[in-house]
Design a binder for this molecule. Structure first.
Ligand code: BGC
Length: 765
């Protein structure tokens, strides 16, 4: 009865398209015709209005705010809105558009649904370490289901920027340093968000970002300049964006940085030549937050000039900047933009709304029942717990300290131990901070009556209170303790002394990485380093549970701790998931997707580097004069790309190639046997790397070309086969043609990027 009443009042409430919907649901004209008809009725102001994307002011990330929005919607000056939460609010806003505006054009509603909605999954960097594409796709699917149940139909994700500089805080938001893995993850995320199509009401439009090269900001300082050769762009930085576009991402967000001296937001080569002409992108392009007016600061001219520049370059939607709204009409009058350019932008946005089904039903994503029953469900949280445990990377495990026994006394110490507000990590805007599971709660629950867990905070995030304030924004407090460091330490040592083993929950706070969280040091803050040193001095085994949103330099910790489990920020269910791994219910299987440097001076450091003409010969880290190395540090990282331990052991054998020679149209395969020879069941990520020995341009010393995550019971053995062809050997040459060149190759298979089992191969003409 209640349901019927709602349905009835809904019908009464709907204007314009919604009313027509009943009669014409199946008779809406085909997209192109429909949009042409609609545009023939639109005034210039209404067309420009479609290009305008304000933020609701609900959750803001920048400085700009606007909430005279209701009036603007009525006047047809708003195409969409973002960061507004709940079906009720979204329905109200949509109602203004479809009842009060002249042409009743529905709006799209966006949000930064980055790694989950209310059910929060690991930060993207953590998620990538699962190397589990099904799990990653599933996390995006659940995010889509929850967000659409709450009225959202557009997410500003996936973020696919390749990152090689750990000083950059937004390292946390992407999938690490590798273009191949990054591309596979980009596709999986787009599939998860968008589903097969938008015919149901539980898929949303993806927005691949930040196009392009944002991760290459100089000195790791956010929003900074990028500058690189085109050959590097095409081979190393572009592939994940292209993969997301090829997977059908409906929209693309432009990055803040400049490229070749022109801000991406006004860069016609990037947005038109590459994205549209070379890659065939058919969706629409949105700026990042105030991207258009920021071009004034970049030194590209006044608001009118930069707005025209953006439109002509290939931007369709202006996020928050209101440069289009305020200046395009004038620019048209003065002949600085054309009607065709405005029409084209308007058309692409209307087409996206058509694809999403909003002209059929503007309230398609506003189902209050879904909002009540489909968000933050037990099922979703259980899946989040499982996926979170898959993202964790075991970096060290001396004397098989892990898994912990569920007996005796365990001292849990550190500022991240009882910090539920921080567990979701950065960019979890819809997350429910108060409902996150802290490590303390998780360990107590999983240990049950078996082990006694005693707790002390031990230290603050750092000695500097201001630093902590800047790193714990958006409600992600660590509840700074006003006692002195000595007092905190004294309490911690008293607690530690009661225990058989110490678990130190240390690292970064959630907002110490993320947007505008660049660091000049990538070590654990000093107060926590001092805490760890004191805990190690007790002589008891110390397991570091490391929280971080970027690779950290951990030379000291790697020496002193007995075990290190990197848990990133693993979402709503963090505490349970970490405890599952610590107590062995889950055997860790995560592998690093970024190289962990020994020191900040090695940055940028990544596995798929070039050999140079003077590579070092020794592997022991000895300095060699007139070779490419450092006097004061070795070349190798602390932990290589692809690295991660398990509680069990895997033995690789019998590496084979189906044929040592193959032609351009042939297929060939590489296979290897992997056996679980340890005493736990477990999963292993089998990795295939390639080296192209001779090329018309220099080629990396290793490139990931395939991977497969397999599960092996104790004593079990499986054969993993990688199927390849010349297509997999292609790269962009100096003319930027994508080619495979005949010649000699080496393939390596193993457990990380240092894999040393090798087969040789020759590609013939
Ligand atoms: C970020 C984007 C985000 C946007 C909207 C910007 O500051 O760079 O990643 O999607 O805000 O919230």
């Amino acid at each position: 009865m209640k349901k019927q009443l709602i349905a009835l009042s809904l019908l009464v409430a709907l204007g314009g398209y919604a009313q027509k919907k009943k009669a014409t649901k199946t008779t809406l004209k085909p997209k192109s015709e429909f949009v042409t008809d609609l545009m023939s009725k639109m005034t210039l102001d209404e067309k420009i209005g479609q290009l305008n994307l304000p933020t609701s002011g609900d959750i803001t990330t920048g400085q700009s705010s606007s909430w005279d929005i209701a009036k603007k919607i009525e006047e047809g000056k708003v195409g969409g809105l973002f960061n507004i939460k709940t079906v009720a609010k979204i329905r109200d806003v949509q109602k203004i558009a479809v009842e009060k505006s002249r042409l009743k054009i529905p709006m799209i509603f966006g949000m930064d649904v980055i790694h989950g909605y209310e059910t929060v999954f690991p930060i993207p960097l953590g998620l990538s370490c699962s190397w589990d594409l099904k799990a990653i796709e599933q996390s995006a699917r659940i995010a889509a289901q929850e967000a659409t149940a709450d009225g959202i139909n557009w997410t500003f994700s996936p973020m696919v920027d390749i990152s090689r500089d750990a000083r950059w805080g937004r390292f946390s938001e992407g999938s690490g340093e590798d273009p191949f893995l990054g591309s596979r993850i980009a596709e999986a995320m787009v599939r998860g968000y968008q589903g097969k199509d938008y015919s149901g009401n539980n898929s949303l439009m993806a927005c691949v970002k930040h196009f392009a090269l944002y991760g290459a900001a100089e000195a790791g300082r956010d929003y900074n300049t990028t500058d690189m050769s085109r050959i590097r762009m095409y081979n190393e930085y572009f592939p994940p964006y292209k993969a997301a576009v090829d997977a059908g991402a409906g929209s693309v967000m432009v990055s803040f940085n400049e490229i070749d001296g022109i801000p991406a937001t006004g860069n016609k080569w990037l947005l038109t030549d590459v994205l549209r002409k070379q890659w065939g992108f058919k969706g629409f392009v949105v700026t990042d937050f105030t991207g258009i007016p920021e071009m004034i600061e970049h030194g590209m001219g006044d608001l009118q000039t930069v707005s025209a520049l953006a439109l002509k370059a290939g931007v369709e939607m202006d996020m928050v900047g209101e440069g289009f709204l305020g200046t395009l009409k004038k620019s048209l009058d003065e002949g600085k933009v054309t009607m065709a350019e405005i029409d084209n932008a308007c058309r692409l946005i209307l087409e996206a709304k058509y694809d999403l089904g909003l002209f059929h039903d503007p309230y398609k994503y506003c189902d209050v029942n879904r909002a009540k029953t489909e968000i933050f469900t037990k099922t979703n949280r259980d899946i989040a717990r499982r996926i979170a445990s898959e993202s964790m990377v075991l970096l060290k495990n001396d004397k098989q300290t892990l898994p912990l026994k569920k007996s005796g006394t365990i001292a849990l110490i550190g500022p991240l131990a009882d910090a539920k507000e921080n567990m979701g990590g950065t960019w979890s805007v819809a997350g429910r901070l108060a409902d996150n599971i802290s490590l303390l709660a998780g360990m107590k629950s999983v240990a049950g009556n078996g082990a006694k867990i005693v707790y002390a905070k031990g230290s603050n995030l750092d000695y500097d209170a201001k630093f902590e304030e800047n790193a714990t924004m958006f409600g992600k407090t660590l509840h700074r303790d006003n006692r002195s460091h000595e007092e905190l330490l004294k309490e911690a040592l008293a607690v530690a002394n009661q225990a058989d083993v110490i678990v130190a929950a240390i690292g970064e706070s959630a907002e110490l990485s993320g947007e505008s969280s660049s660091r000049t040091s990538i070590e654990i803050p000093q107060a926590q380093k001092d805490l760890l040193e004191a805990l190690v001095k007790t002589g008891k085994p110390v397991v570091v549970v490391l929280f971080n949103g970027r690779p950290l330099a951990l030379v000291d910790e790697e020496k002193s701790a007995t075990a290190i489990l990197d848990v990133w920020f693993s979402g709503s269910e963090s505490g349970y998931a970490i405890a599952d791994v610590l107590f062995g219910a889950v055997n860790p299987s995560g592998k690093l997707t970024s190289t962990f440097p020994r020191s900040i001076g090695q940055i940028p450091i990544f596995y798929n580097a070039k050999n140079t003409g003077r590579p070092i010969a020794n592997k022991e880290g000895k300095f060699e004069k007139f070779r490419s190395n450092y006097i004061d540090e070795r070349n190798e990282p602390l932990f290589p790309f692809g690295f991660g331990l398990s509680y069990t052991k895997f033995a690789y054998s019998n590496l084979k190639i189906s044929s040592a020679k193959a032609g351009m149209n042939d297929k060939f395969s590489i296979s290897v046997e992997v056996a679980n020879t340890g005493s736990f069941d477990g999963a292993e990520v089998v990795q295939l790397y390639m080296r192209d020995l001779v090329g018309s341009v220099t080629r990396p010393v290793r490139e990931l070309k395939g991977f497969e995550k397999i599960f092996l019971k104790k004593g079990e053995k499986k054969t993993v086969t990688f199927n390849l062809s010349a297509e997999d050997l292609k790269f962009y040459n100096s003319d930027l043609n994508f080619v495979a060149e005949p010649g000699a190759f080496e393939f390596y298979v193993g457990t990380n990027s240092n894999a040393d089992m090798k087969v040789n191969f020759e590609l013939t003409k």
